[in-house]
Design a protein around this ligand. Structure first.
Ligand code: PEP
Ligand code: MN
Length: 448
């Protein structure tokens, strides 16, 4: 933490800050500039709750992250959350979670579940308890909806996500639901956060209507600190002065979160926009900006939906969006996800050829490793101060590639391949030689 003093701060005020830091068992490092004094604080800064109110203090800047478990420790760190067979995060394929805002009847849920499964969704959403702004609006079917959701999971094989609003419901949810959704209105319901944190079920934590990213991450920290590592964040729009959309979908939150947390991030373009016509474009934008998943409301008859009909896609609209996500390669066709073994049975077709290519790639990888092992042996037998490779033979190899190409590859393409193989082999040799030289130096006491 850095405490920046005002230019007018007196010596006594600076001393008072230092005393306060030290009284809390932390260390203070003073840097006295021409204009102001800056105090670096090292230790558990969470103990210093009132430092900003001391006389003469201008600004208190936190350097380390207050969310220890949610934050990244090295650039690019990502975690993966597993929901049954579905993996989300860590650069895996975009996961589509889709279904009605609220479960209304068996027929409505089953029809929607079949549709979203056919179109390529991997998780079925459906609200059983709806936290509505008005007490007179449809509040959800309650427990019977959970039974229907379990039935839909049974039939379609899709894991279920549903919002839990009360810690007392967690037990019954546990039996019917695969992912607990904590809604925007409950993002800072700390009793609920602690309660879902005591489970091991994945939790999808929506961003509060007017919460900053840091507040959201601190809410995630409650769940992590309670022992549940399976947290997924969901950007669902925030409240701004704009009225053309229901909320303002803050897509910049996705790359901002990437720089702060390892947790997977999902975008909800349905609540984020509030209008059916905006859901598709913002879903694509969410995918483009690097979301790990999308949460989308789908209804068989949106105009007659009991909640959020304006923002729900009908089956055709959802199908068109999924086609577009596939066309842009954010989502793969189910066949592309099939395990290798299935390919063997598909004799004669493209899959058969692809299977052969996969096998050949595996053999090539092995051969290239064997080649590198031989190159390493050559280096081992030489003086580490001398290059292990033979430039003359390398050149000859590249020349042969450049003149004698007999397959569909052009000489240039074949040369590119051998060039890459040679570079990698040389790098293996160099690493070994450097280690030898360093080891030798240590043995002889040289200090270079
Ligand atoms: C929902 O997903 O149905 C929902 C109520 O969302 P939010 O909490 O984002 O308003
Ligand atoms: Mn909704």
């Amino acid at each position: 933490m850095i405490v920046v003093m005002r230019p007018t701060a007196t010596r006594e005020e600076v001393d008072e800050v230092r005393r306060s830091v030290e009284e809390h068992g932390l260390e203070a490092f003073l840097s006295v500039g021409d204009e102001r004094t800056v105090i670096g604080v090292v230790g558990d800064v969470d103990r210093l709750t009132n430092i900003g109110t001391l006389p003469g203090v201008d600004q208190v800047i936190r350097v380390s992250s207050p969310y220890k478990l949610a934050s990244i420790h090295e650039p690019g760190e990502r975690t993966q959350v597993r929901i049954g067979q579905v993996e989300i995060g860590l650069g895996q394929e975009l996961v589509i979670m889709a279904g009605p805002c609220a479960v209304e009847s068996r027929e409505q849920l089953m029809d929607t579940a079949r549709c979203v499964r056919r179109e390529g969704a991997r998780i079925l959403r459906g609200g059983a308890f709806k936290p509505r702004t008005s007490p007179y609006s449809f509040q959800g079917m309650g427990p019977p909806a959970l039974t229907l959701l379990a039935e839909a999971r049974q039939e379609t094989g899709l894991p279920i996500i549903s919002e839990v609003v009360d810690p007392a419901d967690i037990e019954v949810f546990d039996a019917h639901v695969d992912v607990f959704q904590v809604g925007a209105r409950n993002m800072q319901n700390f009793a609920l956060l602690r309660a879902v944190g005591q489970s091991r079920r994945p939790v999808l934590l929506k961003r509060g209507l007017s919460s900053t990213i840091d507040e959201w991450l601190l809410a995630a920290e409650y769940i992590l600190a309670a022992g549940n590592p399976n947290v997924i964040l969901c950007e669902r729009g925030i409240r701004t002065f704009e009225t053309a959309t229901r909320n303002t979908l803050d897509l910049s939150a996705v790359p901002v979160l990437r720089g702060r947390t390892h947790l997977p991030v999902v975008v909800d373009p349905s609540h984020g926009t509030g209008h059916r016509s905006l859901v598709g474009p913002m879903a694509l934008a969410g995918a483009a900006v690097g979301a790990d998943g999308l949460l989308i409301e789908v209804h068989p008859d949106p105009p007659n939906a009991r909640s959020d009909g304006d923002q729900s896609l009908d089956f055709e609209e959802f199908g068109a969006l999924m086609d577009e996500l596939r066309r842009l390669q954010f989502v793969r066709a189910p066949t592309e996800r099939a395990p290798l073994e299935e390919h063997k049975e598909n004799a004669g077709g493209i899959e058969e050829l692809r299977y052969k290519i996969d096998e050949m790639d595996a053999r090539l990888a092995e051969l290239i490793q064997q080649r590198a092992a031989l190159a390493l042996d050559v280096q081992r037998r030489r003086d580490p101060h001398v290059h292990g490779h033979d430039v003359r033979r390398e050149r000859a190899l590249l020349e042969r590639a450049a003149t004698g190409a007999t397959g569909p590859m052009t000489p240039v393409e074949l040369t590119m391949v051998f060039d890459a193989v040679l570079r990698a082999s040389r790098s293996v040799q160099r690493r070994h030689a450097q280690a030898e030289v360093a080891g030798g130096d240590t043995a002889t006491g040289n200090d270079r």
